[in-house]
Design a protein around this ligand. Sequence first.
Ligand code: NAI
Ligand code: MG
Length: 346
Amino acid sequence: MSRSINLALIPGDGIGPEVVAQGLKVLSAVLPQDVKLETKEFDFGAKRYHATGETLTDADVEALKQYEAILLGAIGDPSVPSGVLERGFLLKLRFLFDHHVNLRPSKLMPGVSTPLKGQPEIDFIVIREGTEGPYTGNGGSIRTGTPQEVATEVSVNTAFGVERVVRDAFARAQARPRKKLTLVHKNNVLSFAGHLWTNIFNKVAAEFPDVTTDYLHVDAATIFLVTDPARFDVIVTDNLFGDIITDLAAAVSGGIGVAASGNINPSREFPSMFEPVHGSAPDIAGQGKADPTATVLSVALLLRHLGYEAEAVRIEDAVSADLSERGDTTRTTEEIGDALAGRVAG
Ligand code: NAI
Ligand code: MG
């Protein structure tokens, strides 16, 4: 039986094309012979915006729907006004394709330095709700630009939206050896949303008796992420808290060069999108200095989502081995990609 992967590529801006090329190289190297890889490149990002004024058209959305998954480099450039590509492309796609599970693993691999003391055990995943909270654009301002300006930015939390992400988090926690799930919120102060999250979390917990549960206020969670990251296995949290703590998680577990993420639609109604956490890094673009590891690890998440578990593990093992031998040597983007492709093929 022949199998195939139909993949949309969005290299994007800055270092995006450099790291996506290496991600694709490793993907091609890891796939068994009988799997046919078909890719199509899309030109979203700053260049397209400057040329046409477009960020993501209806026709673009229809075209992307034909793919099983999307691999994104990074979108954004200082030449584009702040917010245009974030709202017009990244957030728009996340909402249209209902990417409600934002998955960000944090694993401190051997040989990777951390700003934390000692070499703490760090191996957890954060599941950030991706379509609700304060990111829905539910707000506005009046008397804008005057000394009497009033602005609102309402956090939207639905029982439907919270339950589906909490359920996904329990299932992912159950599949891991430690089977522990921590809800992070601020339910003592944000009591309306906090009540909804806490109640649904406790209700779903009853269906997963083998998963140990825990609760932390978001401010306490930031302390423990630094002083005792080993206490975490799986974290589930809302869109805004998740945005913030995942950057902290990336910082303590090897940095932006290795932080991968998936914007997942678990129902598979629309393609899920995988991307490094970092941006387009205009300061190092075009110099071969970008570390493609985060993109390669995003490819592993992509493969796992599509059911290629053994191939995902091969990539993660290759990255782990490469990082432990990397030391202080400086290699180009391409050299790192070649080394990883060599390891997964071998
Ligand atoms: P950034 O992540 O692009 O860069 C932050 C710092 O990390 C820079 O010093 C950069 O050189 C370094 N860095 C990032 N990725 C690296 C890699 N793979 N290897 C080595 N060093 C790396 O964040 P910044 O500067 O805030 O944003 C630059 C642009 O990227 C902006 O236009 C921003 O909007 C966009 N952006 C896009 C994202 C996306 O596409 N999802 C996410 C974050 C930012
Ligand atoms: Mg962020």
